[in-house]
Write a protein that binds this ligand. Structure first.
Ligand code: FES
Length: 119
């Protein structure tokens, strides 16, 4: 298949990436940009491990094709963490900790980074 060049701004950095039409945004960010904070859990849009913010909207990047994100602003967990460090604080730390401690045992190992981090 023929690759297509897409442009993304990821965590404030501009990128041009050659992608196959069937590549997901998750795979592209992880494999091509080497930003591996977002994970593939279910691959079906159910778990949220792949969550990213694209043009201000929380999305499951396992369900979004990279070509659909062409021209978009993408924020990954790496960018979120950098923003927290830049402002010298972690605004939702105590609340996140409480929420994580309250999760049922069967969900303790599942990542909830973006939805908790966006509090
Ligand atoms: S990997 Fe589970 S929602 Fe994307």
């Amino acid at each position: 298949m023929t690759k297509r060049i897409i442009k993304l701004t990821v965590n404030g950095e501009p990128y041009e990436v050659a992608v196959e039409p069937h590549w997901t945004l998750l795979d592209t960010v992880r494999e091509e940009l080497r930003l591996t904070g977002s994970k593939e859990g279910c691959g079906t849009g159910d778990c949220g491990a792949c969550s990213m913010i694209v043009d201000g909207r929380l999305i499951t990047s396992c369900l979004m094709l990279a070509v659909e994100a062409d021209g978009s602003e993408v924020l990954t967990i790496e960018g979120l963490a950098r923003n927290w460090k830049a402002c010298g604080r972690d605004p939702g730390r105590d609340r996140r900790k409480r929420l994580l401690e309250q999760r049922p045992p069967e969900y303790q190992e599942r990542p909830v980074v973006i939805e908790v981090g966006s509090l």
